[in-house]
Ligand binder design. Structure first.
Ligand code: 13P
Ligand code: SF4
Length: 311
């Protein structure tokens, strides 16, 4: 069996041969983050995917993220180490259901805002895409004369609605990882770690969000913790981000909001990618993301609108 060191070397060799760039989300396994050319949240990764001049994008994240990279960069080969790396939020809004809903409520002429955690079919039905990092900015620029339908995450939607004062109809979707955190669990952690600030992802439920000292996307957690006067933080999101926080802000303490008794805080889909699968994907250039051009163009417009509006 090959050691991790050899495996790393093989990946780096294949990366060079393929002229590939390795992009990794902050929720990926630590060994993947350490090997990647770039680690970021979904907004930063979408931007990187658009900028790269490599021939191959090895996307270590979940399927919708690799698909987004492909929508933005159709001339590149986009590979995803595990083709089954899905997302429960994406699954909570099938494109067919959204299409029927929009037909049924055609009289309302909804301005459809889709959180990037959705399928290409949903993106194609949206007016604009948002990520957790730019939702507030984009909603502030939404047309004032049309009602907003926010899909698929009701928690990010409710939080953004409160932040902007814009009323919205919310799709009934959620992320299974963030749904699991409970108010009691956070209260217990606060009692065990006096003085620690609670930093929470907007996909958490409202009772949990109400306990947060700060709510932001994974990327923004880094400058917030670095610049804060506090020395300890309870991090209420997928645990992968703790690796980055500890690496980039080494003088502070980060406490995951998951306990050994619960499996919460781990996204099984994000953890499906491994170094072995990354090596195999670079060697065989598969699993590869492939999308029909007509659908890609329809999804591209709202994504590009997002990138233009979030500058
Ligand atoms: P970010 O937008 O912070 O990257 O979050 C993506 C995600 O999947 C959250 O669960
Ligand atoms: Fe999807 Fe939740 Fe996993 Fe993020 S953490 S990829 S929203 S299932």
């Amino acid at each position: 069996r090959m050691g991790t060191l050899d495996l790393r070397e093989e990946i780096l060799r294949l990366k060079k041969e393929r002229n590939a760039v390795i992009l990794a989300h902050s929720y990926q396994r630590p060994e993947i983050q350490d090997l990647a050319d770039f680690v970021g949240d979904s907004l930063a990764l979408a931007r990187k995917a658009q900028e790269t001049d490599c021939d191959v994008i090895a996307f270590c994240g979940v399927h919708f993220m690799a698909e987004t990279a492909c929508i933005l960069n159709p001339t590149k080969t986009v590979i995803l180490p595990d083709a089954d790396a899905a997302c429960s939020l994406e699954a909570s809004c099938p494109a067919g259901e959204l299409e029927s809903f929009l037909k049924e409520h055609a009289d309302r002429n909804y301005y459809v805002v889709a959180y990037v955690n959705c399928s290409i079919g949903v993106k194609a039905l949206a007016d604009v895409i948002v990520t957790s990092g730019n939702a507030k900015t984009i909603i502030e620029k939404a047309p004032k004369d049309r009602p907003i339908l926010f899909v698929p995450d009701q928690n990010l939607g409710a939080w953004t609605s409160r932040q902007t004062g814009r009323e919205m109809t919310l799709w009934n979707g959620a992320c299974h990882v963030h749904l699991e955190f409970t108010r009691q669990q956070i209260l217990d952690l606060k009692a065990a770690h006096p003085g620690a600030l609670v930093v929470c992802h907007p996909e958490c439920t409202e009772p949990v969000r109400l306990l947060a000292d700060h709510i932001c996307s994974t990327e923004k957690m880094i400058p917030f913790c670095r610049e804060s006067d506090a020395a300890r933080f309870i991090i209420v999101t997928e645990t992968g981000i703790l690796h980055r926080l500890r690496k980039l802000v080494p003088d502070k303490e980060f406490i995951p909001a998951s306990t050994p008794q619960c499996s919460c805080g781990e996204c099984v889909y994000m953890k499906m990618n491994t170094l072995e699968k990354l090596r195999d994907a670079l060697a065989s250039l598969s699993p590869r993301i492939e999308i029909p051009e007509e659908l890609r163009l329809r999804a591209h417009a709202p994504l590009q609108r997002m990138l233009d509006l979030s500058l």
